[in-house]
Design a protein around this ligand. Structure first.
Ligand SMILES: *[C@@H]1O[C@H](CO)[C@@H](O)[C@H](O)[C@H]1NC(C)=O
Ligand SMILES: *[C@@H]1O[C@H](CO)[C@@H](O)[C@H](O)[C@H]1NC(C)=O
Ligand SMILES: *[C@@H]1O[C@H](CO)[C@@H](O)[C@H](O)[C@H]1NC(C)=O
Length: 435
């Protein structure tokens, strides 16, 4: 295609200061697919924003540079020309209708600078989705924006673990207990073929420093459950880099990060505000665990009570749902159904065979959802349930631990009195994002 050109006064809307920028940019081939995609995107944005009736296009790429950090940074210098095409007529023949007054002018040199995660560039359709952030060195106007939330796509450098690797990772996490309990617990379940809608990603393999469980966007049932992400890391710097620069988490809709090391809270708040996503504390908890089953101090249980100890089944989902403080919606209900169907549970029945107290295990294998109907309290049922569950979990090879909300002194005392240990160097938190 040819255009009779030209215009001089294309205001350098997007002139990027190429001096004073931190190092690391290197020359790139103008025919590189990433460069071409970035440039197409920038030019389209440029045309959208300009007041000119005619479309401007690239005549020649003078210089293209990229830097692989935070996705890919591009600085591209081009000669721009005004085409004969009106912006609003897509299929017009562009060769003849040049604006007469400007035909003698030289092409305008323009520089575009911007930053795009590589995964966006690989997917042409992703080009116009949920952009929120501008690159700091685009002087005048946002040129390209960063797509902050790509669900269902793994950034190039994050690795999704396969079956065999999940087993290996479980072994690694075992050495990092107690802080790694939650991810360890998820892997424990997945590795024993518990149905799961999660996928597990790491920063590198096999020496991973960051491991994340997140909803698997390819799993149709993932939306049936709350969007929860869990993470464990041995290196805060790398965790920060992963959360800032990779599409490890889909930030585009509501989600929870659950059970993370509370010392990461300032970092998570900072990254969340960088991504212009709101956040709030959901809950802060203590981690208690049983280092060995021999630590367990079980209550005495007479044979009458013993005969009323049982497990929950699907006919009890409604009952548990109604009393669970974090339940209450469709997703919570499904979660309870999932837990009762696939993980150990424990309950105490009344003489009619109806549960009056119960305890479940979450999909990350922590004990939880301990509840006694009000009229049956004060009979020591909670102790019986904790003891029964701890033995059951231990016998089946599960980790034996729980999270107890800060301020829930009754539960804390209960577990402590039964031999559970707290890692006092550690608090775990649940944060909500994008609510
Ligand atoms: C791109 O934007 C258009 C117009 O808003 C929209 O109809 C289309 O669905 C978007 N494409 C994608 C892949 O989101
Ligand atoms: C679960 O319990 C909540 C709170 O009592 C209730 O509003 C909701 O309808 C229940 N869900 C189902 C599916 O029964
Ligand atoms: C579930 O447990 C109840 C006792 O509360 C029992 O009557 C019922 O038969 C059980 N249902 C199934 C499907 O096992």
């Amino acid at each position: 295609m040819e255009w009779k050109v030209v215009l001089p006064l294309l205001s350098a809307l997007f002139a990027a200061a190429s001096s004073g920028m931190p190092g690391g940019l290197s020359d790139a081939n103008a025919n590189d697919e990433g460069v071409r995609n970035a440039l197409n995107f920038a030019v389209a944005q440029h045309n959208t924003r300009s007041n000119d009736m005619y479309r401007h296009d690239v005549m020649e790429v003078v210089k293209a540079q990229t830097q692989v950090v935070a996705g890919v940074k591009y600085v591209i210098t081009v000669k721009m020309v005004k085409t004969g095409c009106r912006k609003n007529s897509a299929n017009e023949q562009c060769t003849s209708q040049t604006s007469p007054s400007k035909t003698q002018s030289e092409p305008e040199v323009a520089s575009f600078g911007g930053q795009i995660p590589s995964s966006t560039l690989q997917d042409p359709l992703a080009g116009n989705q949920s952009f929120t952030e501008t690159d700091p060195y685009c002087v005048a106007q946002p040129v390209w924006k960063i797509n902050t939330g790509l669900s269902g796509k793994t950034a190039k450098s994050m690795k999704v673990l396969n079956k065999e690797e999940l087993l290996t990772a479980e072994g690694v996490l075992l050495k990092h207990l107690p802080k790694s309990y939650k991810i360890y617990g998820f892997l424990y379940g997945i590795n024993r073929d518990k149905p799961s809608t999660l996928e597990v990603i790491v920063d590198q393999w096999p020496d991973f420093k960051v491991i994340i469980c997140r909803p698997d966007a390819k799993n149709e049932r993932a939306l049936d459950f709350m969007k929860k992400v869990s993470l464990y890391s041995t290196d805060e710097k790398i965790l920060r880099k992963v959360l800032r620069e990779e599409n490890a988490i889909d930030w585009s809709t509501y989600f929870l990060i659950g059970g993370f090391d509370f010392s990461y809270a300032p970092m998570l708040r900072e990254i969340s505000s960088e991504r212009e996503v709101n956040n709030r504390d959901y809950t802060l908890v203590r981690l208690l665990y049983l280092p060995d089953i021999s630590f367990l101090l079980s209550p005495a249980v007479d044979s009458e009570l013993e005969s009323r100890v049982s497990s929950l089944n699907l006919s009890h989902v409604d009952l548990v749902n109604k009393t669970w403080k974090f339940g209450g919606n469709e997703q919570g209900y499904r979660n309870i159904k999932h837990l009762i169907s696939n993980f150990p549970s424990s309950c105490i029945m009344d003489v009619q065979g109806q549960p009056v107290a119960w305890m479940l295990a979450y999909d990350y294998c922590a004990m939880g959802i301990l509840y006694t109907l009000p009229e049956h309290r004060g009979k020591g049922y909670a102790k019986v349930l904790v003891s029964t569950m701890a033995k059951k979990l231990n016998a089946e090879g599960y980790p034996v631990y729980c999270f107890i909300e800060e301020g829930n002194k009754v539960s804390y005392k209960l577990f402590q009195n039964m031999g559970f240990t707290e890692d006092i160097s550690y608090r775990a938190a649940w944060f909500e994002f994008n609510f």
